[in-house]
Design a protein around this ligand. Structure first.
Ligand SMILES: C[S@@+](CC[C@H](N)C(=O)[O-])C[C@H]1O[C@@H](n2cnc3c(N)ncnc32)[C@H](O)[C@@H]1O
Length: 231
């Protein structure tokens, strides 16, 4: 029997009821939660460089959740899909074990050139990062099965489902998948939103909730983090 078989029939009712009980967090509360995770000069620099090249980065609140989950999982081997300029990478490395290695993938060499400098400025030895340039779906099949503690996905939303599939193979039992952008910019709960990104994100979030091999939670930090432990 499915461990969470009760969920399929009652989930929508439970979500609506819970939302009514909890109420909507005010924008002020959300801002307080984001500001709680202070960023140092290295992270601020990486974030500004991202803006200069037209990239978004994980918010401080989302970054602190990445560090938290990496630390809670005592992560030694982490895969990041979407290096950007290194904001999320620094947060992950700060939560990982001191001997941990971050394997980070991005299709843009220029973004990774900036990230490499940021990792160095943050004090991480080059041996702490394995920076791979290429398309995620070309690189992921080359990574080993079942040896990673955490996989973080923050790249092309239309590939989130395929990246989550790949993560299932890469993670050890008890390893954690985290997908950024899981609230689809606020469009996930809007049935009228039918663009390709929103559809893929909606399908991925639903598939992970219904799969027996994941224990998921949707965390409303930053752009929304879908976190799931592989069981
Ligand atoms: C939102 S940015 C990542 C930001 C980064 N995680 C951070 O918070 O600092 C998305 C990155 O994914 C990369 N990207 C987009 N499509 C990709 C793909 N198919 N394979 C690998 N990287 C991809 C982009 O070049 C970009 O650097």
């Amino acid at each position: 029997m499915h461990r969470f078989s009760f969920r399929a029939s009652f989930t929508e009712v439970v979500i609506v009821t819970a939302a009514r009980q909890v109420g909507t967090p005010s924008a002020q509360s959300m801002q307080f939660a984001e500001a709680y995770a202070a960023e140092d000069i290295v992270l601020q620099t990486a974030r500004n460089l991202a803006l200069e090249v037209g990239l978004s980065s994980v918010t401080p609140g989302a970054g602190s959740v990445l560090a938290l989950l990496a630390a809670a999982g005592n992560a030694k081997a982490v895969v990041e899909i979407g290096t950007g300029t290194g904001v999320s990478g620094v947060w992950l490395l700060r939560g990982m074990r001191p001997d941990g290695v971050l394997t980070t993938i991005d299709v843009e060499n220029e973004h990774q050139r900036i990230a490499r400098r940021i990792f160095q400025e943050a004090g991480f030895a080059p041996s702490r990062t394995r920076i791979i340039t290429g398309r995620a779906l070309d690189v992921l099949p080359r990574l080993a099965d079942g040896v990673y503690d955490l996989v973080f996905v923050d790249s092309d939303a239309t590939e989130f489902g395929a990246c989550a599939e790949a993560a299932l193979r890469l993670l050890r039992p008890g390893g954690i998948l985290i997908v950024n952008g899981a609230l689809a910019g606020g469009r996930i709960s809007d049935p009228a939103a039918r663009d390709a990104d929103t559809i893929t994100i909606r399908e991925t979030v639903k598939a992970i909730r219904e799969a027996e091999h994941w224990i998921p939670a949707l965390i409303p930090a930053g752009a929304g983090l879908l976190a799931a432990v592989k069981c």
